[in-house]
Each structure stands twice: as C-alpha cells, then as structure tokens.
Design a protein. Sequence first.
Length: 342
Amino acid sequence: MFTGHVDTVRIDGAIPENMKFRKNGDTLTGPGVYDMKAGIMGMMDVMRRVHPRKNMKVVAAFLCDEEHQSAGARRLMEYIENQDIPKPDLIFSPEIPTPFAPLNRSDLAIVHARRGHVKYDVNVQVPKGHGALGSDVPDAITEGFDLLLYLKRDWFRSHPRIVVDPTLLREDFDIRSFNSKESDALSLCDQIRARLSHMTIRGTSIRQSTDLVREALKEYRVVSKLAERGVVMQVTKAPDQSRTSYEPYGVLTPQDQQGDHARRLSKAVEKIYGRIGKKPLFIGGKSTSDANIFANKGLLIYESSAEGGGEHSLNEWVSERSVARNIDLMAHLASGEFLKEG
C-alpha cells in the first residue's frame, strides 16, 4: 500500500500572487511542493503505469487531514479493521522525513519508524500581589519558564532513569504554546498556561511517559520549595483529540520481528539509489501523524522522501532529480521485483 496526504497547511499572510510555483534549474519552489505534492504526484504516476506481478495487489490511499488529527488515516484503519480492504503486508509512503539529526544533501533517508508524540498541558498559578524589586512575590511567567527549563535541561537530559536510544537519542520536550494572564490590578502575571510536546524513545507507553513527567514535577516542587511560596503547578496529558497527539511506538529494524520485509526493502533501495553513489540510511525521527496511526496498529510502514525542505513556508522546495529517483523506487516496489530479490 502507498499512502500520502493531500492537504497542505495554511501559510499565514500569504496572498495568491506569492503562492505560485517557481522553477530554477533542478529546484521547484512553492507552498506544499515538498509536503507533500511531489509524493502524491509520484504515487499517481506509479499507479497509472506500473503493472504488479501476479497475485500481488497494490493499493494507493490518498489521505486527508494529516495536519489535523489524521482523519484520513483513522478512517483508512477502520476500513482495514472491518476487512473492507485487505490488511497490507507493507505500507510505503513518500512522506517527508523528519530525522532526529540534520542530514547532508548527499544522504538518503529512509525513515522506518518514528518516536511517539505526547502532549502535556501545564498550568502555573501564583499568589496575587504586587512585585517590587527584591520582593519575594513570585511571577507566574518566571516560575513557568523555570519549570520548562528544568524539564528540558536538567531532567530529560541528565536523569538516570531516562535511557539513551542510539537510534533516536533521547526523550525531549518542546514548548508548543505559552500564554500568560494578568489581572488589571496587578503588576505581576499570576497565571500561565503552556503546552509541551513530548517525543518519547522506544518502548515508552503513554502511561510510563505520564508517570515520568509527574515524577519530574514532584522533584521540582521539592527543589524549588514552591508550596512554601504559594505556587501551584499542574501538568496533565492533553486530551486525546488534541492535534497530533498519539500513542508512542517502537522502532522497527532489520533485526526485528518483521525484518524480512525490512531487508528486502533495504536491498530495493540500494538497487535504485546505488546508481548515484548514495548509501541509504535507515533512521528514526520525530513523529508524523499518519505514520503513528499505522504503526500503533501493528502495520509495517516505511517512508522515503525526495530531497527538499522549507515545509510550511513560501520558500518550500524540492529537487526534481530526487523526485524522479523516489518514483523509481516506488515503481520498483509496486512491480513486486523486490519480493524475489532475497
């Protein structure tokens, strides 16, 4: 099965005049060209002209709302679970890779699994009062940032309970939003709300992740003596319907249970891309919503993208030659040739 999403995110402030596509040598520039119009075009091309081998079925799923709760991927899973369409042995997507480390232009990234994505809501409240220079009246913004820095710098980088994964490095936090609230009668902010994005390493469930965050908050309260100063902090998991908040899953490698497909796919990639002297890198990276949906249901999914960048901007670009090579790879898979290459 080939999968790809047809939606493109809105670019704030964009007007029709500057949303046009531009071609300069090998590079095509324009909104959505990399994420993921090039991949969708490749899927359409392969499905139109490639004939699978006997007893092999190839399905292309063009999905909606990857950027908004993966509605298309969720509906596709309903079809599979209800046996309206056969359960795929392998899902391959020309989705853009978001690896854990920057790649050189000479690298080829085959992203074969992602880290799980969990979001948390943070609430900080402090006693109301005026803060003067040298006073001990706390400020919610300062207290909130101190907590976020503690989690990111001191807890998730140095805590002995957090294991380093050689494929995905380690768990990490990013700030997705930070909002403050100030009373008209106060000189200091007395309440903040923030949202954190938590990328987990392999083998971490949502329950384990939440317990770890609560343990971190408990230790921080002791270190900072928040209760003595009247500061109240709460960290809770964001609602399940929150955008791109999904169950974590582990990394599939050629040594894992479904490694036979992984080895064959690796050889297929090397056959197509070996002509240009590139060695494929099977890597893990931060989560994408559709891939999380499929992997969490136990389906084997790999992703390979053309070279590109600048997604979600007017300067988004993709390499024409790289798109052609990725289409060659998809055509090789759709023909079934990789199944008999050992």
